[in-house]
Design a protein around this ligand. Structure first.
Ligand code: ZN
Length: 598
């Protein structure tokens, strides 16, 4: 069960205000590292490196092909590899999440969020296209090219489809008859040496063609990054600019993982009609496609014996606990299968250490251990089901330190200690039989206001007995920062399964702590009350595993560097499959890399 000592997870949740003191000496090697050599490496490809098996590898890899010796051959190769990737992923239906912040100019802080939008869905990577009839024929073709099939699931609030366009450069016509390719230079992206090409549509090749730059890794010649837009746009509309990154998560293929979009010009005299920035993340490539009747072929005989200590029947209380355990297991399993929960992993060890610290110092001894899991989505959310505490990726990202993490976990631990269990109806298995897209309609863990108040009170009591008692000023500061941005971040604060941290633009969670600590002061550079999104947790888009990002501290040099709760560009450190950094290179944010000059 729990260990009997408390400990700080110091190395893993470093306080950012301390980090801000240090200088950034560890710069990204993503700087142009140009050696303008036009010739291509001619050594034989290393077949060995492709031999590793990822059970889920979708198709054979091209390692046996001879290396190209001219740039023309390189172009032919990466065109072929792009089509190979589309084929390899055609049966996949990953989760796609877009979080968008509209921007307005603030004299002190620069562009800041004025409102936000959230979208979560499943992307059908196959050829089947759900065409919209109101589009003109020519635009239908364009739509096919750009987005392929798209299934609306979960929730749609913005026009989300456009944000996934740059999963591929061009789904149907990525070839020499539609595009010109110009070699620019070599450049390292992370550990991966790339050849950089500008791509321009040929005259008369139609609307909505890719216009921009691609980075091609120099072993198998896969595109690893695309940056640009589409051109020309249909009347009365326009295309966003996008920066699209892929990760080498399976042998031989680089899988689309992150897309950053940004529009807006805040220079003097510009009448900006639209200004926003948006992060799109794709994960869950390895999820089972719904509606496939393969369940019956996979019936497993459970060989696990009931190891309970006694052979007696369960007492009424034991039966109640068994029942709750069954409900908890059902919900966790179902959410994982829908691509919403990370499998148990490294981040949980940190979360459990923090929970353990609260339990030990408060003499809490529960009949079953408290478990934790990471919700893969961005909105700031926690909930608990049975003895499992769930916390969202976005919330872990923005918390400034371990005490603040302890505070949000303490609220859920308090629900468990007080016996506020909501989940028991999910012990009936028929309640797990719903489609992934209706998850949010079928599961919910919102407490009544009285239980919320009681949990907050208990949480504060526990925190005051805990190792975090001396650091509750930081929690207060975080709550103030959240309150300051709450009216503009409605989508980020809209929860889908648990109680929201606040409603109607007012933060209510742990309000007893909100007055603690110093006043919020943007001008104080060593005061970091909340972090940008994306700086803590990274998700492996293939298997959904979550782990902590390891970023080098970067000095904050102005109030504009703080970017609390904001989205930033992606700058993952690319690495090849099977090397120490892969898979799932860290999506270091621009916030953490603000000196890298990209
Ligand atoms: Zn609650």
């Amino acid at each position: 069960m729990r260990t009997s000592k408390w400990m700080f997870t110091a190395a893993l949740l470093v306080s950012v205000s301390a980090a801000a003191q240090q200088t950034a000496d560890n710069q990204s090697s993503a700087q142009p590292n140009a050696a303008p050599a036009p010739s291509v490496q001619t050594s034989a490809p290393s077949a060995g490196s492709q031999g590793a098996t990822a059970g889920a590898a979708p198709a054979p890899t091209p390692s046996a092909l001879p290396q190209p010796t001219t740039m023309d051959q390189v172009v032919d190769r990466f065109i072929e590899r792009e089509h190979g990737l589309m084929k390899a992923l055609a049966t996949r239906t990953p989760v796609v999440e877009t979080y968008l912040q509209n921007l307005t100019a603030d004299p002190q802080l620069g562009p800041v969020p004025s409102e936000d939008h959230y979208f979560l869905g499943r992307l059908d990577m196959g050829e089947t296209v759900d065409r919209k009839d109101y589009l003109k024929d020519q635009d239908k073709g364009m739509q096919t090219r750009l987005m392929g099939g798209f299934n609306k699931l979960f929730k749609v609030e913005y026009q989300p489809i456009g944000f996934s366009w740059m999963v591929y450069a061009d789904r149907t016509d990525f070839d020499r008859s539609h595009y010109e390719f110009h070699y620019i230079r070599r450049e390292f992206l992370g550990d991966v040496r790339c050849l950089v090409f500008d791509v321009t549509p040929k005259k008369g090749s139609g609307r909505g063609r890719f216009l921009g730059r691609v980075w091609v890794e120099d072993q198998d010649f896969n595109i690893v990054r695309l940056n640009g837009t589409y051109y020309p746009a249909p009347r009365n509309s326009y295309f966003f600019h996008m920066d699209s990154w892929r990760l080498n998560l399976i042998p031989g293929y680089w899988v689309p993982a992150y897309i950053y979009s940004e529009e807006g010009d805040f220079s003097a005299g510009v009448k900006n009609k639209i200004a926003f920035k948006a992060q799109t993340r794709i994960w869950g490539y390895d999820l089972k496609k719904e509606g496939k009747d393969d369940e019956l072929t996979q019936i497993r005989v459970d060989s696990v014996k009931d190891e309970s200590a006694t052979t007696q029947d369960a007492s009424p209380l034991q039966a109640e606990r068994e029942w709750q355990q069954q409900a908890e297991d059902n919900v966790i399993e179902r959410l994982t299968r829908a691509g919403l929960l990370a499998p148990e992993g490294d981040v949980d060890h940190i979360l459990q250490t923090v929970v353990n610290n609260l339990e030990v110092t408060n003499n809490i001894d529960l009949p079953r251990p408290v478990r934790t899991r990471v919700l893969l989505t961005a909105p700031l959310e926690t909930f608990s089901v049975g003895n499992t505490i769930v916390i969202s990726r976005g919330l872990i990202d923005v918390l400034p330190d371990e005490a603040s993490l302890a505070a949000v976990l303490a609220h859920e631990l308090a629900h468990i200690v007080l016996g506020h269990n909501l989940g028991s109806k999910y012990a009936f298995n028929d309640r797990m039989l719903f489609s992934d897209d209706s998850t949010y309609n079928n599961l919910g863990f919102k407490h009544i206001p009285e239980e919320e108040t009681a949990a907050d009170k208990k949480a504060v009591d526990m925190l005051k007995n805990s190792p975090y008692a001396q650091k509750l000023d930081n929690v207060g500061l975080f709550l103030k920062a959240l309150q300051a941005r709450a009216p503009q971040l409605n989508a980020l604060l809209t929860t889908h399964l648990g109680n929201p941290l606040g409603e109607g633009g007012t933060i209510t969670r742990l309000s007893a702590l909100a007055t603690q600590g110093p006043a919020l002061d943007n001008a104080k550079l060593d005061q970091v009350a909340a972090l940008p999104l994306g700086g803590r947790v990274k998700i492996n888009p293939w298997d959904d595993k979550a782990e902590m990002v390891k970023t080098a501290p970067v000095a904050i040099t102005s109030a504009r560097d703080k970017m609390p709760f904001e989205v930033t560009p992606f700058y993952p450190r690319l690495a090849r499959y099977g090397t120490t950094n892969a898979p799932g290179a860290a999506p270091t944010t621009a916030a953490a890399n603000s000196n890298s000059g990209n």
